[in-house]
Design a protein around this ligand. Sequence first.
Ligand SMILES: *[C@@H]1O[C@H](CO)[C@@H](O)[C@H](O)[C@H]1NC(C)=O
Ligand SMILES: *[C@@H]1O[C@H](CO)[C@@H](O)[C@H](O)[C@H]1NC(C)=O
Ligand SMILES: *[C@@H]1O[C@H](CO)[C@@H](O)[C@H](O)[C@H]1NC(C)=O
Length: 476
Amino acid sequence: MKSLLFLIALLCIASVVESHVDTFRGGRGKDAWKQRTIYQVLTDRYAKHDGSKGSCNNLSKYCGGTYKGLIKELDYIQGMGFDAIWVSPILKNLDGGYHGYWATDLYSLNENFGTEQDFKDLIEELHKRDMWIMVDVVANHVGPVGMDFSGINPFNQPEHYHERCIISDDDFANNQERVENCRLADLPDLAQENDFVRTTLLSWIKDLVQKYNIDGLRIDTIPEVPKWFWTQFQEAAGVYAVGEVFDMRLGYVADYQNYVDAVLNYPLRNAINDVWRYNSKNFRDLANSMNANRNAFKDVDALGVFVDNHDNERFLHGNSNHAGLEAATIFGIFAEGIPMVYYGTEQYYGGGPDPANREQLWTNFDTSSNLYQMLKAAIQTRKDHKTWDNKYVERYVDDNFLAFSRGEVLIAVTNQGGSVGNYVTYLPFSKGDTICNIFNSSDCLTVEDGVNITLDNYQTKVYVKSSNNAQESIKE
Ligand SMILES: *[C@@H]1O[C@H](CO)[C@@H](O)[C@H](O)[C@H]1NC(C)=O
Ligand SMILES: *[C@@H]1O[C@H](CO)[C@@H](O)[C@H](O)[C@H]1NC(C)=O
Ligand SMILES: *[C@@H]1O[C@H](CO)[C@@H](O)[C@H](O)[C@H]1NC(C)=O
């Protein structure tokens, strides 16, 4: 009897521990998000609902994408296996704010993207598909109104803002005080130390998340606001948040993870570009950079991993290396962190600096594109093998070849044209196993003392044990 009670007590403790993990931030915490893959859309550029397919004639203006359009084209995103989308900021904006970063009213939505009901419908449709929504939010600034705050709701008084000074390039490098207290691109800089501003922003984000059942946040312009505020904002949000620290200094970026759940991994994105876009560094440098990340960040697996986004010229800008983009993108699906793929990457878009990198997608919903199909296979493998639960293990590295595993998934990449082959002996497989490349079912190898992996022209291969193999072992 005693031991039965003991057993029951143990079971209770186990279930308490488990439910704590499951319910952290209402089940929308960083550990739950580590299992997701995110597709980033600019709401204005993804899809129109009236079916018109014309190109956008001025990328600096509204082009017509809507929530209804997004709902109509969710199959395209889900078809690649993504189970979360990141959308543009949703609030009402100053005229011309197609990107969403020029808010004028905390309490109404941007009518260019549709009605409030349309936004609710989008979230309902996503949740029906077990897809999550990440909303981009801004707490640093409002739309560019100079010194006339009368049109901003509710921050309509001068005391809600800092003095009008503009952050210079030199400030970004050397003067954190000015980064926090001056204006980014002359956008009125909110004074979070003002009680009304602070408490209003905190209750706003809490209510917004609850009202729309938002699953996660991408927070804009993190370094432009003092760190103490982000601790409070993260707490009020109550869901996973990933902040934008648009900076290449590892220590500087990493420290912000002590205040928000995660940040975008700009240092890794830089290292990826150095290897595949500029060919200025090799895989030993990439490995070193990942090691430095592991040491610097509080939780490297919670960071946002990306190649392209709306703030940087695309990988393919001024560069026609499609296979290089494929390698970088698939590497990002299996690297430590939460993958984020910017819309259009799968269609080999190559736009230059903002706004050229914000092309409309509705002219190119092509599910037969090679990278679309590669993402589909890679994301499925990520899920099937729960690679986020398995350590990154380096299996072979030299200047132009990298092989690593996450559990029983072996990823091999190169940054060279021509043919690169290596005999890899340190494997997550056993002698006699047959392993096949997820991108080509006839590309299989039998493991002996190792396997000879050959990559042609920036080719990427991802090997898993073949299913025939698995069936054989079940028969035994
Ligand atoms: C595009 O729109 C912007 C913003 O309204 C304007 O400044 C620019 O002149 C326009 N470009 C062209 C080519 O019409
Ligand atoms: C798939 O792999 C096989 C075996 O290595 C190879 O002969 C074939 O060319 C590959 N197919 C493609 C499309 O690369
Ligand atoms: C691996 O393959 C390459 C190219 O196919 C070949 O040149 C090399 O001899 C092979 N190495 C081994 C150890 O089998």
